[in-house]
Design a protein around this ligand. Structure first.
Ligand SMILES: Cc1cc2nc3c(=O)[nH]c(=O)nc-3n(C[C@H](O)[C@H](O)[C@H](O)COP(=O)(O)OP(=O)(O)OC[C@H]3O[C@@H](n4cnc5c(N)ncnc54)[C@H](O)[C@@H]3O)c2cc1C
Length: 415
């Protein structure tokens, strides 16, 4: 049984020389057969494995990860959590995710450091201002918290903002419940809780192919041998189209590199998350003091997990435009992840044309915030064979029916 983390256990280990801690999750040898197999040890895969066990009592589950858990986009993202969407289906889904995040540290007995410091989207021109008003109204109508602020109000609430930037700040929307969480902790917390419920977490194990018999999935071939199961879920982000092709599925997913940067750490100076569409930059400050800076997608498709100078220059220019005083900071690190972009900016979640094979992908630049809800809904689909009501609109069938949910056009949010 996994030991509970508590102030008392910390104290006890403190006086006992920290010798009593156990590994946070088990690393068992793979079994020949499972009731369910989840491919991909990012946040979505780990959350799926956890909710299969927790919500549906399916504990004979393998979580198969080709590298180390959280080593994909989950451990590479800028950790912004929000639900500022336009369409009712998106708002309901992403807000459910924020709600799950609000209780996650307690539920997993693992501090995910969720800090609801608020998320701002600035408006830099009259069209942006109109869009901000429209988005705030849509969010309120959808039951999501939103505040509209004019320029002077934004400036009093974000001290240090450049009073005279090249792109004037005419206003902005704030989602007070938005914020950030510690990405590794989300992966590790789900892994630990899933393992405690009986899930086998198998790292360094690549899925090479599917076993499909009579149009139905019967298992996977992996670098550690075959594993049989009539129920397989995949949550492999930027590699979704590559893996799905092995089951004969063609996905409307394109893979791009998305980069992020951190500065050297400084004392606390920014207590919120700011997105500035005109400069193409967003930033927050981590608990370690680093400015965490994100930018846009590369303009070309790629599976190379590395960044490049043009985006670094653009991100730095955007940050200095907003906060000239940060111009003296140095970049400490830069990295990239491969994100799975769907052209209507909405995920694909649920059943596929292959019986027993389920999918969770298309999160693009914004799937960290949806990890709890994405895992919840994929687990529901795998356990019941039905799409979860919150994810029904995200079914892949929408590319046949034409019922697309174009958030990029509606809310200006790519994902
Ligand atoms: C730079 C950057 C910044 C971002 N910022 C934000 C943000 O601020 N807020 C937000 O909400 N989202 C953000 N995102 C997006 C977010 O990180 C992703 O959408 C989310 O992490 C996707 O989670 P996942 O579990 O689907 O994928 P991943 O975490 O990428 O996990 C997929 C896993 O599948 C594994 N895998 C692949 N192929 C195989 C195989 N054949 N066999 C076994 N395993 C396999 C991979 O190794 C990987 O570990 C950002 C992304 C990047 C790159």
């Amino acid at each position: 049984m996994t030991r509970r983390y508590s102030a008392l256990s910390l104290l006890r280990e403190g006086v006992n020389g920290q010798r009593g801690w156990e590994p946070a999750w088990r690393s068992p040898e793979p079994k020949a057969r499972y009731d369910a197999i989840v491919i991909g040890g990012g946040g979505h895969g780990l959350a799926t494995a956890y909710y299969l066990a927790k919500n549906h009592g399916i504990t004979n589950v393998a979580l198969v990860e080709r590298g180390w858990i959280g080593g994909g986009n989950t451990g590479r993202n800028t950790t912004v959590i929000r639900s500022n969407y336009f369409f009712p289906a998106s708002a309901a889904f992403y807000d459910f995710s924020v709600e799950l995040y609000e209780g996650l540290s307690k539920e997993l007995n693992y501090n995910i450091m969720f800090s609801q410091r608020g998320m701002w989207t600035l408006a830099h021109d009259r069209h942006g201002l109109e869009m901000a008003r429209r988005s705030a109204n849509a969010m309120l109508l959808n039951g999501v918290d939103a505040e509209f602020h004019d320029g002077p109000s934004v400036r009093t609430r974000i001290p240090g903002l450049n009073p005279d930037p090249r792109f004037p700040i005419l206003g902005g929307i704030k989602q007070p419940r938005g914020g950030t969480a510690r990405h590794d902790a989300v992966a590790w917390g789900y892994a630990r809780a899933a393992s405690a419920l009986g899930v086998d977490i198998i790292q360094n194990c690549e899925v090479l192919d599917f076993v499909i018999e009579g149009g139905r999935v019967r298992g996977v071939e992996t670098s550690l041998g075959a594993m049989r199961s009539d129920c397989v879920g995949m949550a492999v982000a930027g590699h979704s189209s590559v893996i799905a092709a092995k089951a004969g599925l063609r996905l409307p997913v394109s893979s791009y590199a998305l980069q992020a940067f951190v500065s050297e750490p400084v004392k606390p100076c920014l207590d919120t998350v700011i997105l500035s569409p005109a400069t193409g930059t967003y930033l927050s400050q981590s608990d370690k003091g680093e400015l965490v800076i994100g930018a846009g997608l590369d303009l070309y498709l790629s599976y190379a997990q590395r960044g490049n100078l043009p985006w670094m220059e653009r991100a730095a220019a955007g940050v200095v435009e907003l906060f000239p005083q940060f111009s003296r900071l140095r970049f400490l690190r830069q990295w990239a992840g491969i994100v799975d972009v769907v052209h209507d900016s909405t995920p694909i979640l649920g059943l596929t044309a292959v019986d027993g094979l389920f999918i969770n992908c298309g999160w693009g630049t914004g799937g960290f915030k949806s990890i709890p809800a994405g895992g919840w809904c994929l687990a529901h689909a795998m356990a019941t064979g039905q799409s979860h009501p919150l994810a029904r609109a995200f079914d892949i069938e929408r590319f046949e029916t034409g019922a697309l949910i174009d958030e990029a056009s509606a809310s200006g949010i790519a994902h």
